[in-house]
Design a protein around this ligand. Structure first.
Ligand code: ATP
Length: 238
């Protein structure tokens, strides 16, 4: 399978303290890849580096075979990379509709941006019912839908998702995972999914990597990770 995005031996730190120690990762096109591991393993740091928010000290990030050194975050968005951060990043003072439109502001094809907006309302019926509600009046699940919906209005090729299940009821988590599967199958969307909820992530992912203390300690297809008891006990806590 062709990799859409690759990390090659990336090392990243905050103020000189290293957090990632030479991470290699391949994100295959048209598939869902899970990034698993305990709190503090470096998953969020990895995602922030892949989306261009953090710069690797050494190593490189490659998109479509092209080194991303020096490429700005806005340019990453134009190239089809959408990052939905942990904590969701919804603008709570703006309405649902305004938040969603933000996701398409940069797009030149206004007609398609409008079409993408309509599609998001079809996908997330609770958002359609609350178009004029300010972000702060939404539930956790609705905020998660809004953050995801805003990314989708930009018609990304690659979605980087940080802990979409955080704080959500199992039913809502199931809906979000189901939606990711549908988007992969119907639109060929590529997803990199950071999750603490290992069961949910492996129920939808095609493959996964396990991180521990800033390193990738395992990389395999999702079924293999699910069945590997030693791995689950050692790194995934179940
Ligand atoms: P979590 O699920 O808790 O977010 P994680 O696997 O995503 O865990 P990171 O958030 O990437 O892990 O954190 C990895 C390490 O980097 C931790 O030791 C954390 O304390 C440290 N760290 C994260 N963000 C910062 C920051 N802004 N400044 C300094 N250290 C940080």
């Amino acid at each position: 399978m062709t990799a859409l995005l690759e990390a090659e031996q990336i090392t990243v730190g905050y103020g000189g303290a290293p957090v990632l120690h030479g991470v290699d990762l391949e994100v295959p096109a048209g598939a869902i890849t899970a990034v698993l591991g305990a709190n503090g393993a470096g998953k969020t740091t990895l995602l922030r580096t892949l989306s261009g928010l953090l710069r690797p000290g050494t190593g490189r990030v490659v998109l479509d075979g092209q080194d991303l050194r020096g490429v700005k975050v806005e340019e990453m968005v134009r190239r089809g990379v959408a990052h939905v951060p942990e904590g969701r990043g919804v603008v709570t003072e703006l309405t649902v509709d305004e938040n969603l439109r933000l996701g398409g502001l940069w797009r030149k094809d206004r007609a398609d941006a409008k079409k993408a907006l309509d599609e998001v309302y079809e996908l997330f019926e609770p958002l359609a019912r609350r178009r004029r509600f300010p972000g702060h009046q939404l539930s956790g699940g609705e905020r998660q839908m809004l953050a995801l919906g805003r990314a989708l209005v930009g018609r990304p090729r690659l979605l980087l998702l940080d802990e979409p299940s955080l704080g959500l009821a199992p039913r809502v988590t199931g809906q979000i995972m189901g939606l990711l599967r549908t988007l992969r199958d119907e639109t060929g969307l590529t997803v990199l999914l950071v999750e603490q909820n290992v069961r949910s992530a492996l129920s939808v992912a095609d493959s996964g990597v396990v991180m521990s203390l800033g390193r990738v300690v395992a990389s395999a297809d999702a079924g293999t990770l699910r069945d590997d008891e030693d791995m689950r006990h050692a790194y995934l806590g179940f």
